[in-house]
Design a protein around this ligand. Sequence first.
Ligand code: XMP
Ligand code: MG
Length: 186
Amino acid sequence: MHPDGEKILLTEEQIKLQVTKLGRQISQDYANKEILVVGILKGAMVFLADLVRKITIPTYFDFVAVSSYGSSTKSSGVVRILKDLDRSIQGRHILIVEDIIDSGLTLNYLSDNLSSRGPASIKLCALLDKPSRRIEPVNIDYCGFTIPDEFVVGYGLDYNERYRNLPYIMILSPKIYGGGKQNVTA
Ligand code: XMP
Ligand code: MG
């Protein structure tokens, strides 16, 4: 394990198995349809790349980047779109792909925003759910793992942009995130 980690929470094998299951379920649920996967940069990138290769229906991609003002380990709910979708989503089946749902503030903002653009449907797929810290309710249609209230990194998730390339998800040692306020991007 990386020396900044306290413990491996999810191994590469556990993630792979669950991603395969999610891809199969999504393919069944949207049979005879096509979907537009909307990835939330940058955290969802690794998960999305693996997930879409397990989806067997026609799948298109687009991305948004959002910034949430807050400390580096907590979001404040004030969300700003840094990069919007490239194209209209009117009449399309949207599957939002996110790395983790924590307070729910980012996703609430984003799903309201996308709903107002007239898609045929919107569903949410999140690799991780941290329900103990929820402020706004979020309906996760496809959830990889429910995790305890720990700050985790790896498999796309970062702390100060580090650790995204780890192939597993580990609990970050609290001595690494001692303090410091800043804007964080998803
Ligand atoms: P909210 O609170 O709006 O936050 O649901 C979602 C965003 O917060 C970040 N986040 C984390 N990032 N490890 C991370 O690397 C975590 O444990 C964690 N919890 C929340 C993440 O960027 C997500 O998009
Ligand atoms: Mg992040």
